[in-house]
Design a protein around this ligand. Structure first.
Ligand code: AMP
Ligand code: ZN
Length: 494
């Protein structure tokens, strides 16, 4: 079995994964700020964290995964500038923050489910941890914080190696952080933000530093420590968090533990810090301030299956930028269809779909299920995912297994199910019909299309090509393209 190697953003090196607690893996993922729907770029971050968790399971570690829900404290700018995202949206919608948070948390969970992202052990909601945040802040305040009129601030000069994760404590980097009057260092950040005199906020609590709300970075330090204990194994997030949010979390963790410098990775609170690169889109549709931004639901409304988007994510390495395009999504859909067709062919030859072992497939179980002929492909698959989660290569190996001819069908099904337990495409649950592109805006029903197609077949059988062509045109007028001789066996598409 190949050792698991992962890229650690803190050291900028690929390192062997050694768990803090033998046999276990404890992972914390920065979750969504629930002031709006997540865009598909945000969801890339959770697909990545999900694959990481699945690989840890495959490698035999007992996984404890925490994903938080940020419902307080995140300002419109990651540095200490702008308004609270939740307060702003609630005011715009004339709703309570709690209602806004509930609505968008549920929308996020729907995307999580649609993308086959496994449920973490804990969804930790920031506002459930206010007391713990106050305790944490009180414990670090005397040595590391100072009070200004606007709140309690963390003095970044009180910890060693501040900003090492970002590698960007440059004049320019500092200049981007809007200064609050009286800050000792430009990078100092709010631990507690006081409600300005005369104002009343929807979300505010009493504290030794006045009524107000926690700074955004505090919650992740606190929930990570409470639920996983310092140091835990892996902390994940999108690459933007490498610049401000995670360096600040690390500084808080160092302060809390009384730890020294970051040459010792565990002093940061976690052994590994891992970051997914961005999903980008040229026309700016990723921005939540643009009218129709790229939500998973938009892809679904245009007729695509959400797992085609998951496949699109897996086709790129998580540390590479991925450009979204509709053509790319179409290509992923076609690839997924081919996979599903191959699985349907295997399924026709076996009595039972391979049962998922409790807790998910591990590598030894995969080897046992795959049997002799496919063992070398399971081995190569293991090499790929152990090499910093090389999902593009892992997918190619799955394609190879799908294409193998002379092999026992149960072994083949076992190998597919095991590999898919890491990739999470749910290949045994999908059917070709699920993947047919059907835009929501299309008004013609599937039954109506099938009825016309049947009449057209009869006309063709009777060599009545005039009728056959007329029926084809009739469908075309309603947005249905007839696909004679399609290699994937599709007779029509919308
Ligand atoms: P937010 O809800 O803004 O806190 O973001 C949720 C997660 O999505 C964070 O881990 C971000 O780093 C990540 N993220 C934001 N934009 C993108 C993007 N375009 N591509 C990939 N990840 C992103
Ligand atoms: Zn966080």
């Amino acid at each position: 079995m190949t050792d698991l190697k992962l890229f650690n953003s803190l050291t900028r090196r690929i390192e062997h994964f050694e768990p803090v607690h033998p046999g276990e893996a404890r992972v914390y993922t920065c979750g969504p700020t629930v002031y709006n729907y997540p865009h598909i770029g945000n969801m890339r971050a959770y697909v990545f964290a999900d694959v990481l968790g699945r690989v840890l399971t495959w490698k035999g570690f007992k996984l404890t995964h925490v994903i938080n829900i940020t419902d307080v404290g995140h300002l419109t700018d990651d540095a200490d500038a702008g308004e609270d995202k939740m307060e702003k949206m609630a005011a715009e919608r004339a709703q309570s923050i709690w209602d806004v948070a509930r609505h968008y948390t549920e929308a996020y969970w729907a995307d999580v489910k649609a993308l086959n992202i496994r449920q973490p052990a804990h969804w930790s909601v920031a506002t459930d941890y206010i007391e713990d945040m106050l305790d944490f802040a009180k414990s670090i305040a005397p040595q590391h914080c100072y009070e200004l009129e606007s709140g309690l601030y963390f003095d970044v000069s009180t910890v060693e190696d501040y900003g090492r994760l970002a590698r960007a404590v440059t004049e320019e980097g500092e200049g981007r952080i809007e200064s609050v009057e009286g800050k000792r260092n430009a990078a100092d950040f709010a631990i507690w933000r006081k409600t300005p005199a005369g104002e009343k906020r929807q979300m505010e609590w009493d504290s030794p530093w006045g009524r107000g709300a926690p700074g955004w970075h505090l919650e992740c330090s606190v929930m990570g420590e409470k639920l996983l204990g310092f140091p835990f194994d892996i902390h994940t997030g999108g690459i933007d968090h490498r610049e401000i949010h995670h360096p600040n979390e690390i500084a808080q963790n160092q302060a809390f533990c009384g730890c020294g410098g970051l040459s010792e990775a565990t002093n940061s609170g976690a052994r590994f810090w891992m970051h997914n690169n961005f999903l980008v889109e040229r026309s700016g549709k990723m921005s939540k301030s643009s009218g129709e931004f790229l939500r998973l639901q938009l892809l679904i409304d245009k007729g695509y299956h959400p797992l085609a988007y998951r496949l699109m994510c897996l086709q790129a390495h998580y540390r590479s930028e991925l450009e979204f395009s509709w053509e790319g999504l179409q290509a992923a859909t076609t690839r997924l269809k081919r996979m599903v067709m191959a699985v349907e062919a295997v399924r026709a030859k076996i009595e039972h779909v391979p049962a998922t072992p409790r807790g998910g497939w591990t590598q030894p179980e995969a080897r046992a299920a795959a049997g002799g002929t496919l063992l070398h492909l399971i081995g190569k698959f293991d090499d790929a995912i152990a090499d910093d989660l090389a999902t593009p290569e892992a997918l190619t190996l799955l394609d190879e297994v799908l294409g193998v001819k002379k092999v026992d069908a149960d072994n083949k099904a076992g190998a597919i199910a095991a590999m898919d337990s890491v990739l999470g495409l749910g290949l045994f649950d999908l059917t070709r019909a699920d993947l047919r592109i059907r835009p929501k805006a299309a008004t013609i029903t599937e039954e109506a299309i099938e009825a016309v197609i049947a009449r057209r077949k009869e006309a063709r059988a009777a060599k009545d090509f005039a009728t056959s062509d007329a029926l084809r045109d009739e469908l075309a007028a309603q947005g249905v393209e007839v696909m004679d001789g399609d290699p994937l066996g599709w007779e029509w598409k919308l």
